[in-house]
Design a protein around this ligand. Structure first.
Ligand code: F6R
Length: 608
């Protein structure tokens, strides 16, 4: 969960690397460093803290002169954030240096072996072992040394490597951590993710597992781990470069919340044709859909929360049993998968280590996997048997908003398609639901326009200690996400409970003034949730309610009400989540938190 960038070409490398790292700070930001070949030797500058510190230290890169370099922004795994543990890491002679994203699982035995051979270590990282191992195998041929190391290390890695005696080359390799390379007329680039180099080139190559790249200023060569040269096809990235910029908003998170109407439209509309739902990338006939025995949904964090929502919807509409698992549990629990089971993994980044491992494990058991993925060309997108993209564009803020909304849409579409194919969703209801789906973007826009009211309410809660979110059915799934949004960016403790479960223990935590956010959008469960609200209010809670327009009865039990427009009950998550995202955001802003980069978190969780 770190970011790496490299450049070799006609321009000064350091400013380009700093700019690229800034775009990758969402991957980690506890320390940063750069290595540049200055004509004589490799010069390294690194520092604990945000990239800003490195920028200041190097005067925007001007203290590191040279046209070839690599850089790194770190999210600590092995060893605390410190100058010593920051990358790049050197060999003893300072002639080989490495930046690394990933984890070397067998670094301890390797480290012991290297120590027994007289190598000394200055950091606690797993990465330093790579610099020494490459040194150990290096006899003048970088490719040979690198591939030898690749055969000996276990774990995940994307690496950028510089050799002082090959100053006109950068080497990069990948296994299970993302890596792209790009080229323009002035040079070649390596990066963990496209936004880092989008300003310079749209022509990129996705590096596959166990591949090596040798970059020179004017060309690149690709090799297998057995040193055989291979050819690769470039991919042209057609993202709008502005999509990766803040565009006048105070934070990426706010900008991305405001992009939700577009995200929903982009994910929805290309799949509605002639009043029907067409998901070509699903690769399933109606007969195959009819034969589904069970669906297993596997994901992490917010993506898991969309899976919880989907369980209620798919079971409700298509009458197919659905199991939803957190990927880190699924991969180790020896799940029972049978003939006719469908496996769906959901991931914004497409790089989440546990979700990727769950996908691979499932495939090993002989089952096909559908990936619902946002990042085009990511590992999950490439390895899933079928991919349904959520067209949310690049999401930079660590806390997901627009990708979450797009995932919901993809899941609604699947549920409706399955319901129609299996005859459990009849034509009139199907058509009404399609109309409700098409109205969602405008309704989300309307909810976003109420941001000032939510901001005023949020300001009252910046000192809150505990917050509880309650709801039943889909409202419980919404509560899970509302609670996560608040806690991850504001650092206020919050929990989500199925509303009926609160009285089985947690209600003892309710004190005078404790905020309880009750979500009550499911008409069939409205009275039940209302009773739970009365219970907490009677114990001193301040009750914030989110409910459908017209449900004014709720005012009996709530202290503050946010009404959402009417839609099909299965789609209320898309609307109710908007005020809850805004609430979390404004509480965090009010507390002065670093909203886009909350402490201890990273956007792309490539470690398990
Ligand atoms: C929370 C959040 C995370 C991610 C989770 C999975 O706001 O963003 O909980 O949802 O880390 O990430 P992806 O979707 O990239 O697999």
């Amino acid at each position: 969960m770190c970011g790496i960038v490299g450049y070799i070409g006609r321009h000064q490398a350091a400013p380009i690397i700093l700019e690229g790292l800034e775009r990758l700070e969402y991957r980690g930001y506890d320390s940063a460093g750069m290595a540049v070949f200055n004509g004589e030797k490799i010069q390294i500058t690194k520092s604990i803290g945000r990239l800003k510190v490195l920028e200041e230290l190097t005067h925007g890169g001007s203290t590191m002169q040279g046209v070839v370099g690599i850089g790194h922004t770190r999210w600590a795994t092995h060893g605390v954030p410190s100058n010593e543990n920051a990358h790049p890491h050197f060999n003893a002679e300072e002639t080989i240096t490495v930046v690394h994203n990933g984890i070397i699982e067998n670094y301890l035995p390797l480290k012991e072996k290297m120590i027994s051979k007289g190598y000394t270590f200055v950091s606690d990282t797993d990465t330093e072992v790579l610099a020494h191992l490459i040194d150990y195998y290096y006899k003048g041929n970088p490719l040979e040394a690198i591939t030898k190391v690749m055969h000996r290390v276990q774990g995940s890695y994307a690496l950028g490597i510089l050799f002082a005696d090959h100053p006109d080359e950068i080497f990069a390799v990948r296994k299970d951590s993302p890596l792209i390379v790009g080229q323009n007329e002035d040079g070649c680039f390596i990066a963990s993710d496209v936004p880092a180099i989008l300003k310079y080139t749209r022509k990129v190559y996705f590096i596959e597992n166990q591949e090596v790249v040798r970059l020179r200023a004017d060309h690149m060569h690709f090799y297998t781990v057995d040193e055989e040269e291979i050819t690769k096809e470039a991919v042209t990235i057609d993202w709008d470069a502005d999509a990766a910029e803040k565009g006048g908003y105070e934070h990426f998170m706010l900008k991305e919340m405001y992009e939700q109407p577009k995200t929903v439209t982009d994910t929805l509309m290309p799949r509605i044709k002639d009043n029907d739902i067409v998901i070509e990338e699903l690769g399933m006939t109606d007969e195959e859909i009819q034969a589904i025995r069970k669906i297993h949904i596997v994901a992490c964090g917010s993506a898991y929360h969309t899976g919880v929502t989907a369980k209620y919807i798919i079971e409700g509409i298509a009458r197919i049993p659905v199991e939803v698992d957190v990927a880190s549990e699924f991969r180790y629990r020896n799940p029972i998968l049978e003939q006719g089971d469908m496996i769906v993994v959901i991931s914004q980044s497409g790089e989440t280590a546990d979700t990727l491992a769950a996908l691979r494990g499932t495939q090993k058991m002989g089952h096909k996997v559908l990936g619902i993925v946002n990042v085009v060309g990511s590992s999950i997108a490439r390895e899933a048997d079928n991919v349904m993209y959520t067209w949310a564009g690049p999401e930079i803020a660590v806390a997901t908003t627009k990708a979450y909304s797009a995932q919901l849409i993809a899941l609604y579409l699947l549920a409706m398609k399955f319901g129609k194919a299996r005859g459990t969703l009849q034509a009139p209801a199907f058509c009404n639901m399609l109309e409700d789906l098409k109205r969602l973007p405008a309704q989300i826009e309307m909810l976003l326009s109420n941001k000032n009211r939510i901001q005023r309410f949020a300001n009252r809660y910046i000192g809150a200690k505990d917050v509880f979110f309650i709801g039943r059915g889909i409202d419980y799934a919404i509560s899970l996400e509302g609670s996560l949004k608040l806690k991850e960016i504001s650092y206020i403790h919050s929990e989500a409970y199925a509303a009926g479960e609160l009285k089985h223990g947690t209600i003892s935590l309710i004190e005078q003034g404790t905020l309880v956010a009750a979500v009550a959008t499911q008409d069939a469960l409205f009275q039940k949730t209302l009773s739970n609200m009365v219970e907490v209010k009677a114990r001193g809670a301040f009750v914030l309610a989110v409910t459908n327009e017209g449900n004014t009865e709720i005012e009996k039990a709530a202290d503050y009400v946010i009404y959402i427009p009417r839609t099909n009950p299965y789609f209320t998550n898309s609307l109710a989540i908007i005020p809850l995202q805004l609430f979390g955001y404004y509480v965090a802003v009010g507390k002065g938190c670093d909203v886009d980069k909350p402490r201890n978190l990273a956007k792309s969780v490539t470690v398990e």
